[in-house]
Structure formats: structure tokens, C-alpha cells
Design a protein around this ligand. Structure first.
Ligand SMILES: C[S@@+](CC[C@H](N)C(=O)[O-])C[C@H]1O[C@@H](n2cnc3c(N)ncnc32)[C@H](O)[C@@H]1O
Length: 385
């Protein structure tokens, strides 16, 4: 695992149900899929994969370096298994390391705090033997360790991302119930939308769908403007690798792309926030934002896409207004000639009031909220000659 740094294994968690989108992204980057589980994918690549995955992948929550995996049903086995991992191949003598998260499922060991303290103790023991010291300053780069135990199999990894990857850095201002950037990107990538087709979000809030679509269309890497924990590491990768990855991302941007992306919202203040967020993301020139009620939604173009996250009744008074609101969505959609509509909502009666059964419907968790991704498919445009 980390005994041979020519081939590293990386673990990428993602939204449950959207593993196929992440898998496609990993394969497009040229890496090898090792395993696909619910909500996470393990893949293999060279050391550069750490930087490239962090900078280019749109739909993973973070990228973790897999350090080892073994069976443990007792704390002794957990201690010995952890100590057998060559942590010194990654951690410097001044490394700041701690167990940031421990999860356990269907396993004999289950107390997160005990698991955390045993793993840290075992790592310290290994580091003492390697560096021949009794005490570590821990003033250097950060190495947050994650422990997953499932059916008594322990997997140890170090987080390479730091702040979760959905925090791209552009969303300085948000409205009520914003959708996460990674989820918005994954949902767009799940649809057949392409940059030469119109995309409208009539409930755009802070602008996440239009901004993510514009970034996809202009080929702007999601991680270009943020920091990553592993960029400070010296034993695996180096600054040059990170600079080269950012250069690669800059070279790939298509500044001349022409797109028709629109974001509307009833709330004028949130529309201003969306505009500011789009400016921070470098995509303001690609999106037209405007204050507008969904009842006034219309568009003369054909074969467009509605991509949206309408209110789902977070508050009681909003709940009462939902039947009328979803009826209005249905009417507006019927007036759009040959469009497709994709909407994520936790409102169970969405199809009933829209007045049409969705062609496809996927259960998706939007944070902790069980939601549905309704897909109403319009006709395909005629093939260009
Ligand atoms: C769930 S939020 C959308 C969040 C958005 N996806 C984001 O990432 O910030 C729903 C949005 O619908 C807007 N809204 C409510 N009623 C509306 C209406 N009749 N027409 C247009 N927008 C409306 C609200 O102002 C709110 O911003």
C-alpha cells in the first residue's frame, strides 16, 4: 500500500447513488478502479494522482491515501496491524498526525474514541522505533488519519484534501438550503446535458447548478483555487507536482466557449449572491442571472434542460404552498418545446402536482435529507449533418 509509492491507492467518498459518475471521472483521468462500494471508490495511480484527483475530480468529497488494511477483532490486533504499516514512508519526523475520524460498522471494535486512541498510540510507537526519539514536536505538515472498520476489516487512510472538496471556494454567499457543489456537479453529469444545449435553473438560489454547469462547459477544474493538505507533504509528491497540476488545469480552460446558461430566482437578494459567486468562480460571462418567478418561465429555444432544486417545504408555511408551486412548475415545463427537466427534491408529491410521471427517478441523499432526482426526458435533437 504505502510500501511502494510508485503505485498508490486512493479512496474517494461520494454521494450514495452517484458512484457511476465518480467512476467515469476517475477512468477519464486515466486511473485504475480497484473497488466500488456504496458511497466510495478506491482507485490506483501514480503519486501525481493525489494532486490530479484533488484538482480535477468534481464529484468526490475528498481524496484519501490508503495506507493499509487488515483484520482486527481486538484492540491488540488493531494496535499491531497499525504499527506494522510503514508510516515513516509518508510522515516526516515533525509530522502533525492525529486520527480525525473513526467509523465502525458490523464489527467487534466499535467505540470510535477507543479506536482513535489505539491507532494514534500504535503510530507513535512505529515512529519512535523509526526516528529513535521518545517525543515528537508535531510542528510540521498535517496528516489527518481516517479509520474505517467494516466487518472487522480495518482500513487506514490519510486525508490528502483537507477541507471537503465540495468547498470549491467560489461560494462566498449562500441562500436557504443550498445544494452541495459536488452533488450539483454529479447530477448535471448524470444527465445528457452538453455545453451546446440551453440550461435553465428557475430556482437557482446561490447559483450552484448554473455555476457548476458553466465550469463543466468551460473545462474549469473545480480545485484550481483552493489549498490541499497533501500539498505540504514532502515524502510523497512535491510542490512541483502540485504546480504542474494547476498549470495543466489552466491550459485546459476553454475561454472561448459559447454557452446559454440561465439562473432565476424569486428572491432578488439571492440572485445578487449568485452573480457574485459566479464572478468568484470565473464563469459570470457564461451565465445570465435574473430575478424571476417560476410562473414566468419561458424560453424560445428547443431541446433545452431545466436543472433545478425547487423548495421542498423546509418550513411549515412553505409546505402548504408546495402543491401550487409544483403545479406551476408542471405548467411552465409543458410550455417549453421539447425540453428535458431534471429536479431534485424531497417533496414526495412532486410528480402528482407536476402532472407527469418522471421517466426515471433516483433516490439520492442531499445531506441527510432523503430526496428524489426526477428525470423528465425530452426528445433528442436531430443529428447535425
Ligand atoms: C432549495 S432553494 C435552491 C438552492 C440552490 N440550488 C442553491 O444551491 O443555492 C429554492 C429556491 O427557490 C426560490 N423560490 C421559491 N419560490 C420561487 C418561485 N415561485 N419562483 C422562483 N424561485 C422561487 C427560493 O428563493 C430559493 O432560493
Amino acid at each position: 500500500m504505502i510500501d511502494n509509492l510508485d503505485r498508490v491507492e486512493l479512496i474517494a467518498p461520494c454521494h450514495f447513488g452517484l458512484e457511476s459518475v465518480l467512476k467515469k471521472e476517475i477512468l477519464e483521468l486515466g486511473y485504475e478502479i480497484v473497488s466500488v462500494e456504496d458511497g466510495r471508490i478506491t482507485f490506483a495511480g501514480d503519486v501525481e494522482a493525489i494532486a490530479r484527483a484533488n484538482v480535477f475530480i468534481r464529484t468526490a468529497e475528498r481524496i484519501m491515501l490508503k495506507c493499509g488494511s487488515f483484520k482486527a477483532t481486538t484492540f491488540d490486533e488493531l494496535f499491531e496491524g497499525t504499527k506494522a504499516i510503514p508510516w515513516e514512508n509518508i510522515l516526516t519526523r515533525d509530522a502533525k498526525f492525529w486520527v480525525s475520524k473513526a467509523t465502525s460498522n458490523k464489527s467487534a471494535l466499535f467505540s470510535p474514541s477507543d479506536i482513535q486512541s489505539i491507532v494514534k498510540k500504535a503510530m507513535v510507537e512505529r515512529m519512535k522505533q523509526t526516528y529513535h526519539v521518545n517525543w515528537f514536536t508535531e510542528e510540521g505538515a498535517s496528516y489527518p488519519v481516517r479509520v474505517f472498520i467494516f466487518k472487522d476489516i480495518v482500513t487506514l487512510a490519510i486525508d490528502t484534501s483537507g477541507i471537503s472538496l465540495h468547498k470549491r471556494g467560489y461560494r462566498r454567499l449562500v441562500g436557504k438550503a443550498p445544494i452541495s457543489e459536488t452533488l450539483a456537479a454529479a447530477l448535471i453529469m448524470l444527465t445528457p446535458w452538453h455545453k451546446d444545449r440551453v440550461l435553465v435553473d428557475p430556482f437557482c438560489g446561490s447559483g450552484t447548478f448554473p455555476i457548476e454547469a458553466a465550469m463543466i462547459g468551460a473545462n474549469i477544474a473545480p480545485g484550481m483555487d483552493r489549498d490541499f493538505t497533501a500539498a505540504e507533504w514532502v515524502k510523497i509528491g512535491n510542490k512541483k507536482m502540485w504546480y504542474e497540476t494547476i498549470d495543466e488545469a489552466h491550459d485546459m480552460i476553454d475561454n472561448d466557449v459559447k454557452m446559454n446558461i440561465q439562473g432565476y430566482d424569486l428572491d432578488g437578494d439571492i440572485v445578487k449572491c449568485a452573480m457574485e459567486n459566479a464572478r468568484c468562480a470565473g464563469v459570470d460571462k457564461h451565465i445570465h442571472f435574473q430575478q424571476r418567478d417560476v410562473k414566468d418561465l419561458s424560453n424560445p429555444k428547443k431541446y433545452g434542460f431545466v436543472m433545478t432544486n425547487p423548495p421542498y417545504g423546509e418550513r411549515l408555511e412553505e409546505k402548504e404552498a408546495l402543491p401550487e408551486l409544483y403545479r406551476t412548475i408542471g405548467e411552465a415545463y409543458r410550455n417549453l418545446d421539447s425540453w428535458s427537466m431534471f429536479l431534485i427534491t424531497s417533496y414526495k408529491d412532486a410528480e402528482k402536482y407536476i402532472g407527469r410521471k418522471a421517466d426515471k427517478n433516483r433516490k439520492i441523499y442531499n445531506g441527510m435529507i432523503k430526496s428524489y432526482f426526477y428525470q423528465f426526458m425530452g426528445p433528442k435533437p436531430p443529428r447535425r449533418s
